[in-house]
Each structure stands twice: as structure tokens, then as C-alpha cells.
Design a protein around this ligand. Structure first.
Ligand code: MBD
Ligand code: FE
Length: 285
């Protein structure tokens, strides 16, 4: 089943992420070789944390059985990538980028699709005729830590539409909508015309949404652009950019915002917005 064969419900989006995750793994054989020692070390620490929570909160048998039931539903609903990316990935990212310089990173999330077509440095993202949303021009330059332009840089960019849906994960949005690999010019510059995305709501009709509702949390991420910035000889950066003053900016359910990653778009005078952001890449070691 392909990603878009799921029903156009929000829960279908969470389930589609499982299919996409599986096919990506087959492509790059990404499973690392992990020693028994490392496996024991990490899994023991995770179990220690679970045991400590059970003792501290005096978790009961009915609660334990309810948790088991819910975990089964997360798997059956295909929402493991969604759940883990929302509640866990931000700490993996924090650890991964501890010793990397340059532009701050953020989480990849469940909705990246590799292999999108390359676009020129001044471009418009693929969109429907009359794509809804405030027009946004996103421009800037990719530089190294010395401030010199990085030639040959690529911006792999994807974002939700004006209703918070991602192409590939919502049957009514055309394939490839609001996604592309922008090839910067010889000075690392880019100018991308798109629309401003809406905040993203975690599907409320799946097990992840059920948990959020049961706990009395909210299911929202602030509006964001996803980016992977890469260039030959440099470490790639996976990040997200947010919008100054936007809803949920200070209360992201996925805890993935950083103050350095907030755009401050200015009115262009024609009803649209202009946002500028420069990326800084570190050389590969
Ligand atoms: C998203 O759009 C997203 O970026 C993350 C991290 C999790 C769920 C949906
Ligand atoms: Fe997202």
C-alpha cells in the first residue's frame, strides 16, 4: 500500500508514516550494527526509567493493562513513527547536535519524503492552482562558519498546506505538493516562493490523539517549514523554521522549537510576506 491509499482522515496520515518509514529503511539499509553491550546498556536504562515511574506513581494493574491495550493500538494504527517523533525525537536531536556548530537543528518528523525533484535557486514550490494561504517568499544564503558562501548547497524543503496537511499523507493533496529540492546558486543563495503553512494538529482520531486527549494536553505544533540543508564536504542540517508571533510557538506538543529558528516575515506590500534566513554549515569531519 502506498502512503496516499489510506483514507483522507488525519489518522491515515499517522499510519502512512509507517509505510514511508519502512520503505526508507529498505533504501538506505540504515539499521546500525549494535553490540550486545550497547543494547543491554541502553535498554536497561530505558527499563529502569519505566520501573522508576511505576514505583513513583504506584501504577495499578488496571493502568498497566490499559497501557498495554493502548500500545497495541499504536502499532495496529501504524502510529509509532508519529508518536516517537512527537514525544521522543527532540531529545535524540538534542544529543545528536550537541557537538555540531552552525545553524541549530530540529527534528525530522514523520512526513519527509526523499527524492523530490530538483528546483532552481529562484523557484516556486509545486503547488495547486490558487493554492490557499498567504504567499510567502523565503530567501537567504547558505554560508560556512567563516561566513563564506557554500557553493552547491541544496535545500530539501517540505511543509504543510494552509490547512495543515502534508502531501503524501493526505489523499486530497496532490503528490509532491509543497515539496522540493532547491539547488542554490554559486553563492549559496536561494529565493523560494510558497505559501505560509498552517499550524499542524496531531491526528485526533488515532491512538496518539487519544492519549493527548486523555491526558488533557493539546495536539498542536506551531506552523513550520521543514528543511534538510546539505552541500558536498559539509555536515547536513535537518531543521525547522517557525514564524514569529505564531500560535503554539511557546507550547509545541513536539518540543521542537528553538529561539534561533524563528522567522520574522515582513509584509511585501502586495498581501504577501518576505522572510529571510541564512544557514551556516560546518565542514564534514
Ligand atoms: C509534524 O508535522 C511534525 O513536524 C512532527 C515533528 C511530528 C508530527 C507532525
Ligand atoms: Fe511537520
Amino acid at each position: 500500500m502506498t502512503a496516499t491509499e489510506h483514507p483522507p482522515t488525519a489518522a491515515g496520515a499517522g499510519a502512512s508514516a509507517t509505510q514511508v518509514f519502512r520503505s526508507a529503511r529498505t533504501e538506505d539499509h540504515a539499521t546500525p550494527a549494535v553490540s550486545a553491550e550497547r543494547t543491554s546498556d541502553v535498554v536497561s536504562a530505558v527499563l529502569d526509567g519505566v520501573h522508576a515511574a511505576i514505583r513513583a506513581k504506584k501504577v495499578t494493574y488496571p493502568e498497566f493493562q490499559a497501557a498495554k491495550q493502548w500500545l497495541i493500538e499504536v502499532g495496529e494504527g501504524g502510529e509509532w513513527p508519529l508518536l516517537l517523533d512527537v514525544f521522543v525525537e527532540h531529545v535524540v536531536e538534542e544529543v545528536a547536535s550537541e557537538e555540531r556548530n552552525g545553524t541549530k537543528g530540529s527534528i525530522l518528523g514523520p512526513y519527509y519524503l526523499p527524492g523530490r525533484p530538483k528546483l532552481p535557486s529562484v523557484t516556486q514550490l509545486p503547488m495547486r492552482p490558487g493554492e490557499k494561504g498567504v504567499p510567502l517568499v523565503f530567501t537567504g544564503q547558505v554560508r560556512d562558519l567563516d561566513g563564506d558562501p557554500v557553493p552547491g548547497a541544496e535545500l530539501d524543503i517540505w511543509h504543510a498546506d494552509d490547512e495543515g496537511y502534508y502531501s503524501g499523507f493526505a489523499a486530497h493533496v496532490p503528490e509532491g505538493n509543497l515539496r522540493g529540492v532547491v539547488v542554490c546558486d554559486g553563492q549559496g543563495r536561494f529565493e523560494i516562493s510558497t505559501i505560509k503553512p498552517a499550524p499542524y494538529q496531531i491526528p485526533t482520531d488515532g491512538p496518539t490523539g487519544e492519549l493527548i486527549e486523555a491526558a488533557g494536553w493539546h495536539p498542536w505544533r506551531p506552523a513550520h517549514l521543514h528543511l534538510i540543508v546539505r552541500a558536498p564536504g559539509y555536515r547536513r542540517i535537518t531543521t525547522q523554521l517557525y514564524f514569529e508571533g505564531g500560535d503554539w510557538l511557546d507550547d509545541d506538543v513536539a518540543r521542537a522549537t528553538k529561539p534561533e529558528l524563528v522567522l520574522d516575515p515582513q509584509p511585501r506590500g502586495d498581501g504577501g510576506l518576505l522572510a529571510r534566513y541564512d544557514f551556516v554549515l560546518e565542514r564534514a569531519r
